[in-house]
Design a protein around this ligand. Structure first.
Ligand code: B12
Length: 358
């Protein structure tokens, strides 16, 4: 763990406060542009920014902070529509410069050097984003776009019954379980996240879309649990304080459907209890899911703990958190990472099931 988060004498909240005060001192216009709510969000964001930077430093991975810089810049532009994009760029650049100065006092020389590189990269990416504004909409490019739009429409109209029946009917007319899970429900959930990011829907709607989609997944349980068993077991969960669990649940369901026994522990399981569950259930495959990059640190600790205990199960890691790294998983003692459940099933068939049969 980097000095920033592990040394108890360094109070991250104090650093965040200093950065916040300094920015208002240098840029008095902020006091007019920011009401109390914005001020609170700005302070919260400073803490989050420090968390992302710390994770990037720890794994020496520029992409973690770079991707985040683009994401937060876009979000701020979407939230503060009364300010123009250049003004928000100016605020962010100023913030990064103050962050760099403040951290150079508390980080080790090596960490400060990395912070400097990552922060300068974030500044460049923000400048570029201010000109280009990435408008690529993957949702529109999907082969399933028409079906996905219809399902999304039911969700956005709060029509739970319509949404449920629509998906039920897709299965009846021949869409496979994997298509429904990955190409439709997962894609629509990604779009729901983007709609929130673009501030086109509010958090209540995002939560409704999530809970409705989770209920819809359950309608496939009689099918999923009727598969012929292959005498192999997968244990899966999300780690740390990772609340995004639908991806992990989909992996679990798809493995169960392909004849595996699935032990799905759900979200945010403390490492010591993941280990306990592994020892109790003796899975052939352990799958750990991370969406928020800050949780990568705890995931890495868990992987190392599993290895220290000489547990022979194969380890898979995945989820959006790994996509915002520069192939970080390749530096870890894990067997596979993919962003797609079906790919993992295929890998496990070759690398676990076929070897068991021999
Ligand atoms: C639903 C949702 C939530 C729900 C989650 C509820 C739940 N029960 O899961 C709630 C409301 C809790 C939530 C909270 C937050 N969220 Co959210 N959320 C989402 C959303 C819209 C959908 C996630 C989802 O379910 N996707 C569908 C699943 C099926 O896809 P998946 O997770 O990618 O999984 C697939 C693959 O990744 C892979 N996979 C997954 N795990 C594993 C594991 C292994 C081993 C392998 C091999 C593969 C694999 O296989 C899966 C199936 O194919 C995303 C949007 C998005 N683009 O992801 C935002 C999103 C992830 N959230 C985001 C944010 C910012 C947050 C919050 C910080 C918001 C806040 N201000 O509080 C919090 C953080 C909470 C926390 N501590 O974890 C951002 C993250 C941006 C970033 N910088 O990284 C996103 C991307 C939204 C956006 N476009 O900005 N969120």
């Amino acid at each position: 763990m980097s000095l920033l988060m592990s040394d108890p004498s360094i109070k991250v909240t104090k650093i965040a406060r200093k950065i916040y005060d300094r920015q208002f001192e240098i840029d008095p216009k902020l006091d007019v542009e920011y009401d109390d709510n914005r001020k609170k969000l700005m302070y919260d964001d400073i803490l989050i920014n420090i968390g992302y930077l710390d994770t990037a430093i720890q794994f020496d991975d520029a992409k973690i902070f770079g991707d985040y810089a683009i994401w937060i810049y876009q979000l701020l532009c979407n939230i503060m529509k009364d300010l123009d994009r250049d003004r928000i760029k100016e605020q962010m650049i100023m913030h990064y410069q103050i962050l760099n100065d403040s951290l150079s006092d508390v980080l080790s020389e090596e960490e400060a050097k990395k912070a400097d590189i990552f922060i300068k990269n974030a500044i460049e990416l923000t400048k570029k984003e201010a000109i280009e504004f990435n408008v690529l909409n993957e949702f529109e490019l999907s082969n399933y776009v028409d079906v996905n739009k219809k399902y999304l429409d039911y969700l956005l109209k709060n029509d739970s019954n319509g949404a449920y029946k629509f998906i039920e009917n897709l299965f009846k007319i021949g869409y496979t379980l994997e298509e429904i899970y990955i190409d439709i429900l997962q894609e629509v959930m990604n779009e729901v996240g983007d709609l929130w990011h673009r501030q086109e829907i509010t958090v209540d709607k995002e939560h409704y879309c999530t809970s409705t989609t989770k209920v819809i997944l359950s309608q496939f349980y009689p099918l999923i649990f009727s598969s012929t068993k292959k005498n192999a077991k997968i244990l899966i969960c999300t780690v740390g304080s990772e609340l995004h669990e639908m991806g992990a649940r989909m992996i679990s369901d798809i493995f169960e459907f392909h004849g595996w026994d699935s032990i799905y522990l759900g979200a945010a399981v403390p490492n010591q209890f993941v280990l306990k569950a592994i020892e109790e259930n003796k899975p052939d495959l352990i799958a750990l899911s991370v969406t928020m990059p800050q949780q990568l640190v705890i995931c890495h600790e868990l992987v190392n703990l599993i290895k220290e205990k000489n547990i022979s199960a194969k380890i898979a890691v995945g989820g959006r958190g790994f996509l915002s790294t520069d192939k970080l998983w390749e530096k870890w003692v894990v067997d596979i990472s993919t962003d797609n459940a079906l790919e993992l099933v295929k890998w496990a068939e070759t690398n676990i099931l076929e070897k068991m049969e021999k």
